[in-house]
Write a protein that binds this ligand. Structure first.
Ligand SMILES: [Zn+2]
Ligand SMILES: [Zn+2]
Length: 335
């Protein structure tokens, strides 16, 4: 099987022929049809994750099951599936026993089995989600990281009817967060540093687009508009996250899904006086993934994609690093 292999960090990924693999008990083999490229793949490229080359990245894969491992009874050969990050907990620790395998310290992910930038990939059956009928492989792919992450973020923000949401950062995650927030019926602002995205963001349903440069005061701008109850933050700019906290109304919640390299400096006074909340969120309940996929199937959410053949993966990664991708790049695999 052909795969794009990370042979060393900070170097172009190499196309290699890898030995055929077969699923162990509890696993499936998937012919990959599409795989999204996520901002996290840049961290992987730079060696910020506990991985040792050579390995195959790609954590937004979709494809068809071609082989079942022993004991897999709920999936079938030919099923259209996607695979999410934490595929299986250890099953035995306190968190797994409490039904929280995604929080297990010894969970299995693409990092142990190999990712989707490959003709074929292994996955744990428990990490596969069926694709709804009518949803294409490429539209489904970004839901397995970006869409899942922001749907969990939205649910973890516990928005009430009539509340106002702002989405900070308008990339792969942000443009889906915006559409999902609109899909559940909430007034939603989009915050971006790129003024030329304004018309497109209104097209995604934004009730208002707030253009703030990277060093601008997000909180002040939100307060000019009356403040917001929820900020869904997808940016990696720590000062912007801290600033956005000041744009929350009393009782407001900022849900951080970005991965800034520096600490978020939050002022304690507005936090305690307004009983505001800062919380982190990542891919959480499996129902969040199902809900996000259902919104895509219903047409209420439409990932805005750039698609490329897998052979152009290095160019796509560089384009992502340069901030040029609108809004998610998905690699298509030859069928
Ligand atoms: Zn991701
Ligand atoms: Zn566990």
């Amino acid at each position: 099987m052909k795969a794009a292999v990370v042979t060393e960090f900070n170097a172009p990924w190499q196309f290699r022929d890898l030995a055929d693999v077969h699923p162990a008990p509890g696993q499936v083999l998937i012919r990959v049809r599409a795989s999204g490229m996520c901002g996290t793949d840049l961290h992987v490229h730079h060696g910020l994750f506990p991985l040792k080359p050579p390995f195959v990245a790609g954590h937004e894969p979709t494809g068809d099951i071609v082989e079942l491992g022993a004991g897999v009874t709920d999936l079938k050969v030919g099923d259209r599936v996607g695979v999410f990050w934490n595929q299986k907990g250890c099953g035995r620790c306190a968190l797994c026993q409490r039904g929280m395998p995604a929080r297990c310290a010894n969970s299995s992910s693409w990092m142990s089995l190999g990712g989707g930038n490959s003709e074929l990939m292994l996955a744990w059956a428990s990490g596969c989600q069926l694709l709804p009928d009518g949803v294409s492989y490429e539209d489904a792919a970004p839901i397995f990281c970006a869409g899942y992450t922001v749907m969990s973020g939205l649910r973890n923000a516990t928005p009430k009817p009539g509340e106002r949401v702002a989405v900070l950062g308008m990339g792969g995650l942000g443009h889906l967060a915006l559409q999902l927030s609109k899909a559940v019926g909430l007034e939603t602002f989009a915050i971006t540093g790129q003024a030329d995205k304004t018309a497109e963001l209104k097209g995604f349903g934004a009730d208002d687009v707030v253009v703030v440069p990277a060093d601008g005061d997000v909180g002040a701008r939100l307060n000019d508009l009356g403040g917001v109850d929820v900020v869904l933050s997808t940016t990696n700019l720590a000062p912007q996250i801290a600033s956005a906290m000041n744009g929350l109304r009393p009782g407001g919640r900022l849900v951080n899904m970005g991965l800034p390299s520096e600490p978020i400096a939050v002022n304690a006074l507005p936090l305690l006086l307004g009983q505001r909340e800062l919380r982190g969120s990542s891919q959480d309940e499996r129902s969040d993934l199902a809900e996000a996929l259902a919104f895509v199937a219903s047409g209420k959410v439409k990932p805005k994609l750039e698609t490329y053949p897998l052979a152009r993966i290095n160019e796509v990664r560089e384009r992502l690093a340069a901030g040029k991708v609108r809004y998610r790049a998905v690699l298509l695999h030859a069928s």
